[in-house]
Design a protein around this ligand. Structure first.
Ligand code: SF4
Ligand code: SF4
Length: 109
């Protein structure tokens, strides 16, 4: 499940269209009356993580499905800088594991 940390989100510095709103392939992210992003309906999110990677302040996280997390509280966070995506997995005991992947760009013709 996708969650947005409203203590971190800066509403894309007042941009009319938010980056997470623009990139979601399912058009699941909209804005409330004050310009805060909201995900709805959450059950339609297929966890593609595009919004996570595109958020400039790493305000969006993904709670791992029950089958993977084996209990409540685990999460998967991602942030992007340049051509790298940084991932942090936090298990239900709070133990963190971090890794970085380079974005591979391919042209498909
Ligand atoms: S994870 Fe993908 S489908 Fe889900 S809200 Fe983000 S961009 Fe949309
Ligand atoms: S992309 Fe990030 S900072 Fe911008 S509105 Fe969405 S959650 Fe907030």
């Amino acid at each position: 499940m996708i969650t947005i940390d409203y203590n971190v989100c800066n509403r894309c510095s007042g941009a009319k269209e938010k980056r997470c709103e623009r990139i979601c392939p399912g058009n699941l992210i909209t804005q409330d009356g004050d310009g805060w992003p909201v995900v709805r309906p959450r059950e339609d999110c297929w966890a593609c993580t595009s919004c996570i990677k595109d958020c400039p302040v790493a305000a969006i996280s993904l709670r791992l499905p029950f089958q993977i997390e084996q209990g409540a509280g685990a999460s998967l966070n991602a942030s992007a800088t340049g051509d790298k995506t940084h991932w942090t997995i936090t298990d239900r005991r709070g133990k963190k594991e971090e890794f970085t992947l380079e974005v591979v760009k391919k042209c498909i013709s």
